[in-house]
Design a protein around this ligand. Structure first.
Ligand code: NAD
Ligand code: WQD
Length: 341
């Protein structure tokens, strides 16, 4: 069945890829974004990929009147809530901004949904809610603990959603805990375009490869991991996007809520990622080993059993595709969306 899905934060990195997958499956999409961390150029790219199966509303999700207007103008069947600020370091420096934006947008959205009688929600959470895990792979039952204001916003939003689930069976909520999203759409038309110096590994590697950064700093080579560098569960953004469709299907089919990890279940080290990028794309990645980055954990990867069993979803794309697709995007759009007309 074809639905109309509201995507908050839909011009952002994961939201834009999810919009494409939804539209390719025949759904209509309404994107609401204030463009605080994304470009309006994304809209042209989405049109190139999917035609006119979407509408765009430029507004802040904390704006109740704008939300109400969306719910009265469109027959929204479900919502995917990506909108939020996501930089861990920035959240330490500006905690109030993070609480205001991430908690404020979530409560405003939930109020508008309740008012409109829309109770189906997919929420972008993060493996950051597991903090420094006691063991890997990490199951959904692992202890929750956060180490940054950003992480706290995700944990508090999760708790708000659990209170809603407890209050009424009519809420159908999927809390998706993403591990490390990387890669880009295979068309090379949309991808990750961070502002300023990237915080995350993959965009940093890509910017070194394209000549925008001199070298990659590898944060630590003395972790208790096979090659001494940090290990993470990198997941291709197209797989991740498809996980959202699987979650929406689950909510429609089962009529009940779920909290689930979205990862590949495989850990990749910083060195392995850098070497794979270099090998498959035939580019040199200049690099230096530096001190550990404060707050980093040694290793973090997902137990993906629940996603497989309950959502019938598992990641298909491996580390080579993550590197190839990132490079197609980065080499064709060296400065992200700012190059495009
Ligand atoms: P992104 O910054 O590319 O996208 C977020 C979008 O939300 C941006 O387009 C931004 O303009 C918009 N936005 C932010 N606050 C808004 C507001 N108040 N009103 C309207 N629009 C607003 O980030 P992303 O990587 O696509 O992440 C999407 C979601 O997934 C976020 O909630 C993030 O915390 C979560 N997440 C991301 C990662 C990751 O590594 N990328 C990992 C785990 C979880
Ligand atoms: C990955 C690995 C670094 C950059 C973050 C957030 C998390 C989630 C995903 C939102 C680590 C190493 C990195 C560099 C490096 N986001 N690294 N040189 O820290 O696992 O997770 O993004 O929810 O909440 O914390 O991802 O990409 O920053 O780092 O050596 O220039 O790469 O030390 O081992 P992280 P990352």
């Amino acid at each position: 069945m074809h639905n109309t899905i509201l995507i908050t934060g839909g011009t952002g990195y994961i939201g834009s890829h999810t919009a494409v997958e939804l539209m390719l499956q025949g759904h209509r999409v309404v994107i609401m974004d204030n463009l605080c961390n994304s470009s309006a150029q994304v809209l042209g790219r989405l049109r190139q990929l999917c035609g006119d199966r979407f509408d765009f509303v430029q507004a802040d999700v904390r704006n109740a009147a704008a939300l109400d207007a969306v719910f009265t103008s469109y027959p929204i069947d479900g919502v995917i809530h990506f909108a939020g600020l996501k930089a861990v370091g920035e959240s330490v420096a500006q905690p109030l901004r993070y609480f205001d934006n991430n908690l404020g947008s979530t409560t405003a959205l939930l109020l508008a949904m309740a008012k409109a009688g829309v109770h189906r929600l997919v929420f972008s959470s993060s493996a950051t809610v597991y903090g420094d895990p006691d063991q890997v792979p990490i199951t959904e039952q692992a202890r929750l603990q956060v180490t940054s204001p950003y992480g706290r916003t995700k944990l508090v939003c999760e708790e708000i959603l659990r209170d809603l689930m407890a209050a009424g069976a009519h809420w159908q909520i999927a809390i998706l805990r993403y591990f490390n999203p990387v890669g880009a759409h295979p068309s090379g038309l949309i991808g990750e375009a961070p502002n300023g110096v990237p915080n995350n590994l993959m965009p940093y590697i890509a910017q070194v490869a394209v000549g925008q950064r001199e070298y990659l700093s590898i944060f630590g080579q003395d972790y208790p991991t096979p090659d001494g560098t940090g290990v993470r569960d990198y997941i291709h953004v197209v797989d991740l996007a498809q996980g959202h469709l699987a979650a929406l299907d689950y909510l429609a089919r089962e009529g009940q809520s779920i909290t689930v990890n979205l990862g590949t279940g495989r850990g990749i080290s910083v060195r392995e990622m850098m070497e794979t990028f270099s090998r498959v794309n035939h580019v040199h990645i200049a690099h230096r080993y530096t001190d550990r980055r404060p707050g980093d954990v040694a290793a973090c990867w997902a137990d993906t059993t629940l996603a497989r069993e309950r959502l019938g979803w598992q990641a298909q794309l491996g580390v080579e595709r993550m590197c190839e697709d990132t490079w197609r995007w980065q080499s064709r759009n060296p400065r992200g969306y700012s190059d495009s007309a």
